[in-house]
Every structure is written in structure tokens, then in C-alpha cells.
Design a protein around this ligand. Structure first.
Ligand code: PLP
Length: 406
């Protein structure tokens, strides 16, 4: 039984006030709050267990290395990956996708080759591909969503042509909450010999994921949305793809030998992990994922589905509000505009006065804003500790904003 009242006690920040009101944190899509276990792990990591990893022969370095390296296995377990050597540790999704763009796509794509993307992608899954467009003449092929914010997997499959080398697609939209049927896309792309990169930044937070079953070539996650520290994350890269990749960032830790006129590299995944990593952040991410696995991602998903249904019903009752993305298969993420054309920033400022934290703007999704014909939206994105009472507070605050902006 998922007891949200008990869960909330694990997150100290949720008991604070903002602008004299109890905090209602609905900006989880941008970054999630941290449970005490993660805060303790970070504090302990610096106060008692800190040293650099991998190179040391002393007690603290061995301890930090053991803890840091242990996270690879925790991430593998969380993502349903049997072979943890396919997990590359990094600072988050942005680094993960750039690792693939520079390490896999750049050396094997030439002018006229294509990358298929949806219009729902986050800039982290767009800009690295623009680099290839600008530098190598790679074509970006965009697939639209429908009027309900759903992405037809067949439309993505139909966009794959003889020159397509990669499909780069989100599993769950950070703006609309839309869940994408990536399994159908991956299976069809593989039949055509095309690799698939999935942006799992949002999906891994809201639903159970099993990557061995899913079969994606690349799957990026980011720690700070998973209730872990910022500056932590990972990308799953299939063994065959790892073998095809050249390293993206060069430096210490990723080498076997370095001489004046030659260098040899460590085996993957270390080959893709240059320099001193986010040691304590990664250890904190391991604790966050253990926390999520203890709660059970099925339970988290079921709780958030109840919140989504309740929030949808309440928001639908506001006939002066337009919710973007009404498809059934979505997470508890709601982007909206007011029909009075009140600016998203002004709405969020009013909500903030009531202690309600939402995000306003383009949400790093320029092509989606263009597609929707808006410059920005307000976004309420729910997490595992949110409640139906908080949905009610959001609605009350929106009604106040409506009264003010008419
Ligand atoms: N992709 C999606 C769907 C996101 O929501 C985000 C973060 O907002 C990112 C990628 C980028 O993640 P990060 O900034 O942690 O690298």
C-alpha cells in the first residue's frame, strides 16, 4: 500500500513554507526534491568517506571507489539491464546524448544521412544533432504529433528511409507528459538496420523501465529528476554500439597507456568516463534509485496515475484554461495556457505567491512550442510525493490568477 503521507516525511523540504504558504512543489519535471537518505549520503560522502576514485591505494580512495562503482550495478538493476558494463556513468542526459552524437553518430554519418526526431524533443535531444547538421550536412527529419499530443509510432517508422542512421526519440514528453510507444519504433527501426536513441530523462522517473526487454541502442537518464543529486546520471549503451564508438572526452581514467606519440584506451564503459567524475553525486544517485526500488516503481506509477486523473478532471473544469496534450497515455505533467492570453510568467508568479511552484516558458522544447503555436506554457509536473490536496491548491491559485487576469 502506497502511503503518500509517509513518503512525504522522507522529503524535508516539503515541510517548509514559501511566501508564507505551505510549499506545493509541482516543478518535478525540471528537477525533483531529495529524500533524507540522499541528503545523508551526500553529507556522509563528503564528511566521512571522500577521496578521489580509481587511482588511490589508500583506505578512503578504496571506499569511495567501491561505493561509486557500486552505483553502476544499482542503475543496471533499476533499468532492467543484466550486464552493467553497458552503463556509462556521467553528469546527466545532456552529456549522455552528446557522448552518442560525438562518439557514435559523428564518425559514421555523412552529408545526406538522416536522423529522425519527434517535434516533442527536449533541446538536449536536438542541439547535438544540429551540430551534425551544421558540421556534416546531416538531415534532421521531424515527425509531428497529433492534435491530442500523441505520437503515432507508425509515423516515426514511415519517416525512416534508406539514408536514416538513427532515430532519436523521447520516451515521455517533458512538456505534455505524452508516453511514446518506443518499443514498436525500436523493433521496426532495427528491422531496417537503424539504431535508436531514447531520451529516458522523464520516463525513468514515472514508470518501470526494462531496457533488456526494450532493446534500445542508447537510453539516457538524468539523476536530479530521479530524486538524486544534480550532476549525476548515466547512459545505457548496448555492447555492440559501445564497441563501435570512439571516446568523446579525453583525459585521465579513460586510458590504458599514454605515451608521447601514442595512446591506448581503457575498455568500455571506462573509455567513456574521462576525468574525475561526480563522485558523491553518483553515490547519492545510487541511494535515490534504491529508495525508488524500495517504494516500487509500479506503486509510484499507480500513485501518479491517480494524481493525473484527478488533476485532469479538475483542470478540465476550468473553461478559461487550455491544456496542451490531452492524450490518454500520459504522465501527470500538464502544460497549459490561459485563454485570456495572460503570460505564462505572470501566471506562475501568482501561483508562487500561493506557495505553488510551477515552471513557465518554453521548457527547452522550441520545436514543440512552434508546433503548438505558443511562445510558452505554464507546466505543473507531479512527482511521487504530491497529493490530491495539492491539486486543489493549484486549482485555487489558478482561479485567483484568472480573477486577476480575466
Ligand atoms: N530530456 C528531457 C526530456 C528533459 O526533460 C531534460 C531535462 O529537463 C533533459 C533531456 C536534459 O536533462 P539534463 O539537463 O539533466 O541533462
Amino acid at each position: 500500500m502506497y502511503d503518500v503521507t509517509e513518503v512525504r516525511k522522507d522529503f524535508p523540504i516539503l515541510s517548509r513554507e514559501v511566501n508564507g504558504k505551505p510549499l506545493v512543489y509541482l516543478d518535478n519535471g525540471a528537477s525533483a526534491q531529495k529524500p533524507q537518505a540522499v541528503i545523508d549520503a551526500v553529507t556522509r560522502g563528503y564528511a566521512e568517506e571522500y577521496a578521489n576514485v580509481h587511482r588511490g591505494l589508500h583506505y578512503l580512495s578504496n571506499l569511495a571507489t567501491e561505493k561509486y562503482e557500486g552505483v553502476r550495478g544499482i542503475i543496471a538493476r533499476f533499468l532492467g539491464v543484466a550486464d552493467e558494463e553497458q552503463i556509462v556513468l556521467n553528469s546527466g542526459t545532456t552529456e549522455g546524448i552528446n557522448t552518442v552524437a560525438y562518439g557514435w553518430a559523428m564518425p559514421r554519418m555523412e552529408a545526406g544521412d538522416e536522423i529522425v526526431l519527434s517535434v516533442m524533443e527536449h533541446h538536449a535531444n536536438i542541439v547535438p544533432w544540429h551540430f551534425l547538421r551544421e558540421r556534416q550536412g546531416v538531415q534532421l527529419k521531424w515527425v509531428d504529433i497529433d492534435s491530442r499530443g500523441a505520437l503515432d509510432p507508425q509515423a516515426v517508422i514511415d519517416a525512416i528511409g534508406p539514408k536514416t542512421k538513427l532515430v532519436a526519440i523521447t520516451h515521455l514528453s517533458n512538456v505534455l507528459g505524452t508516453v511514446v510507444d518506443v518499443k514498436t519504433i525500436i523493433d521496426a527501426a532495427h528491422e531496417k538496420g537503424v539504431a535508436v536513441l531514447v531520451d529516458g530523462s522523464q520516463s525513468a522517473v514515472h514508470m518501470p523501465v526494462n531496457l533488456d526487454a526494450l532493446g534500445a541502442d542508447f537510453y539516457a537518464i538524468t539523476g536530479h529528476k530521479l530524486y538524486g543529486p544534480s550532476g549525476s546520471g548515466a547512459i545505457f549503451i548496448k555492447k555492440d554500439r559501445l564497441a563501435e564508438m570512439r571516446p568523446f572526452i579525453g583525459g585521465g581514467d579513460m586510458i590504458r597507456e599514454v605515451h608521447k606519440d601514442e595512446v591506448t584506451y581503457a575498455d568500455p564503459p571506462m573509455k567513456f568516463e574521462a576525468g574525475t567524475p561526480g563522485i558523491v553525486q553518483t553515490i547519492g544517485l545510487g541511494v535515490a534509485l534504491e529508495y525508488l526500488m524500495d517504494l516500487g516503481m509500479e506503486n509510484v506509477a499507480a500513485h501518479e496515475a491517480r494524481l493525473r486523473d484527478y488533476a485532469r478532471e479538475r483542470l478540465d473544469g476550468l473553461n478559461w484554461l487550455s491544456v496542451q496534450g490531452t492524450t490518454e497515455d500520459k504522465a501527470a505533467i500538464f502544460s497549459f495556457t490561459m485563454n485570456s492570453a495572460a503570460h505564462a510568467h505572470d501566471i506562475s508568479t501568482i501561483l508562487d505567491k500561493k506557495g505553488v511552484a510551477v515552471r513557465a516558458g518554453h521548457h527547452c522544447a522550441g520545436p514543440l512550442m512552434d508546433f503548438l503555436g505558443v511562445t510558452g506554457t505554464c507546466r505543473a509536473s507531479f512527482g511521487l510525493y504530491n497529493t490530491e490536496a495539492e491539486v486543489d491548491t493549484l486549482i485555487d491559485a489558478l482561479e485567483l490568477a484568472h480573477d486577476l487576469f480575466g
